[in-house]
Design a protein around this ligand. Sequence first.
Ligand SMILES: CC(C)(COP(=O)(O)OP(=O)(O)OC[C@H]1O[C@@H](n2cnc3c(N)ncnc32)[C@H](O)[C@@H]1OP(=O)(O)O)[C@@H](O)C(=O)NCCC(=O)NCCS
Length: 152
Amino acid sequence: MSLLSSESSQRVALGELIHRENSRVNGALIPTLQVDAYLDKVLARGECLLHLQRSCLAGALLGYCNAPDKDLAYVSLLIVAEQTRGQGIGETLLDAFVSMAAHRGFSRIQLEVDVDNQAAISLYNKFGFYYIHSDNLKLLMQLSLPGRNPDS
Ligand SMILES: CC(C)(COP(=O)(O)OP(=O)(O)OC[C@H]1O[C@@H](n2cnc3c(N)ncnc32)[C@H](O)[C@@H]1OP(=O)(O)O)[C@@H](O)C(=O)NCCC(=O)NCCS
């Protein structure tokens, strides 16, 4: 039986993945006390792509791809378990989200990333994301998509 066979076990595993990364980066990912509220919101209103490895959660992408005007999709969180990084999981998850947004006819995808998060910035650059705004702490990046799919 899969460890993540139910929605509640997926949620627990996601929470654990986020809390582990938060401990590593001193709460910089999502403020620790807000993780539950964050998951409530994004799991109810957004998209949740999971990557399993041997029935365990190795990575997840949480985002929004359902705005009625199909203008802007948004990657809220991309996270890969520390022990499975460097195996292409982040790339696979992002590719799945970009494909979903393109298939649904969205025009662009945005995300925010810490200015010093070189691994993530390099991944986003590889997909063609470019900076549209930056301050001392965060970069706002965007990927332009072909636009509305006439079949959708
Ligand atoms: C960023 C993150 C999702 C990358 O996931 P990953 O599965 O390790 O990445 P992949 O193995 O798919 O690598 C894909 C590309 O990302 C970039 N990349 C990944 N790790 C990197 C590193 N340590 N240094 C530089 N670039 C890196 C490279 O461009 C790589 O392509 P390449 O293999 O052709 O060089 C992962 O490091 C992570 O979860 N970090 C903590 C959470 C986080 O910061 N998320 C982003 C918040 S916006």
